[in-house]
Design a binder for this molecule. Structure first.
Ligand code: PGA
Length: 260
C-alpha cells in the first residue's frame, strides 16, 4: 500500500484583499515554523496570487493554488482567467468544480472535465470537487451522485493525469454549515470514490490517489477525520482564513489516533 502524503488546502473563497492576504501568509509561515509533515496549499482569490507569492518568497512549505480557471486556453472570454495565466504566477494547484461553482455558476461535470484536461496540459494539478446535496443524500442517492461526478469529471484521464490529480469529497450539506460528516460517513464515501477510480483506472492508480475531505473541517475534528484510512487530506474553507486555526488543523491532521 503506497504511503499517501497528506494534503491540506485552504480555500479562501471571496475573502481577503491582496494586502490582507500578505499578512495572513506571513502569519501562517510563522506559525507553521517550517512544519513539513503535510503538503500545504493556499488558494487565495486571483487578485491575491501575486502578493501571496511575494510573501512566500523562497519558502517551500506552502504551495499556491487558485480557486477556478476557464476551460479554454485563451480568447474572448471577458472576466475569465486561463491556466497559463495561473502557471505564470507560480500557481501549482487549481480547485475545479467546487459546489459553489456548480450551484451559482452553472458548472457541469462536462465543464469540470474540460477544465481538468486544460489544467493538466498546462501542468497545473487539479483538485476536483465532488459531493452530494442534503436532498440527494436523504433520497438515498449519495452513491449514485458521487460515482457519476467522479466518472464524468475525470473522464479520459490517463495514468499521468491521475498522478497529478486530487479529488476532494465535499458533501454540500456540510460546507459552511458547521455540520461535519462523521468520520465514518466520510470514510464510506472516500472508499466509494477510491473503488470508482479503481474501476476506471486500476488498483495501482486508485491506491496512490489522494482524496481530501471538505466541509466544516475545524481544529477539533481534523484528527479523527484524517485518521480514516481513505481520507488523505482536507479542503478547508472558513477555518483557513485564520492562521491559528488553519495551522492547528494541519498539525492535528498529521497526528496519529492514539490506540487505547
Ligand atoms: P467550509 O468550506 O470549511 O467553510 O465548510 C469548505 C469548502 O467549501 O471548501
Amino acid at each position: 500500500m503506497p504511503v499517501r502524503r497528506k494534503i491540506i488546502a485552504g480555500n479562501w473563497k471571496m475573502n481577503k484583499t491582496a494586502t490582507e492576504s500578505q499578512i495572513l501568509v506571513a502569519d501562517l509561515l510563522e506559525k507553521l515554523n517550517k512544519f513539513d509533515g503535510a503538503e500545504v496549499v493556499i488558494c487565495p482569490p486571483f487578485t491575491s496570487l501575486v502578493s501571496c507569492q511575494q510573501a512566500l518568497g523562497k519558502h517551500t512549505e506552502i504551495d499556491l493554488g487558485a480557486q477556478n480557471m476557464h476551460q479554454e486556453t485563451s480568447g474572448a472570454y471577458t472576466g475569465e482567467i486561463s491556466a497559463a495565466m495561473l502557471k505564470d504566477l507560480f500557481v501549482r494547484f487549481v480547485i475545479l468544480g467546487h459546489s459553489e461553482r456548480r450551484q451559482y455558476f452553472g458548472e457541469t461535470d462536462e465543464i469540470v472535465n474540460q477544465k481538468a484536461h486544460t489544467a493538466i496540459k498546462a501542468r497545473l494539478r487539479p483538485i476536483l470537487c465532488v459531493g452530494e446535496t442534503l436532498s440527494e443524500r436523504e433520497a438515498g442517492k449519495m452513491a449514485q451522485v458521487v460515482t457519476k461526478q467522479v466518472q464524468a469529471s475525470c473522464a479520459g484521464f490517463t495514468e499521468d493525469d491521475w498522478s497529478v490529480s486530487v479529488i476532494a469529497y465535499e458533501p454540500v450539506w456540510a460546507i459552511g454549515t458547521g455540520k461535519t460528516a462523521t468520520p465514518e460517513q466520510a470514510q464510506e464515501v472516500h472508499a466509494l470514490i477510491r473503488a470508482t477510480v479503481e474501476k476506471m483506472a486500476g488498483k495501482a492508480i486508485s491506491d496512490k490517489l489522494r482524496i481530501q475531505y471538505g466541509g466544516s473541517v475545524k481544529p477539533d475534528n481534523a484528527r479523527l477525520l484524517l485518521n480514516q484510512p481513505d481520507i488523505d487530506g482536507a479542503l478547508v474553507g472558513g477555518a483557513s482564513l485564520d492562521a491559528e486555526s488553519f495551522v492547528a488543523i494541519i498539525k492535528n491532521a498529521c497526528q496519529k489516533e492514539e490506540i487505547s
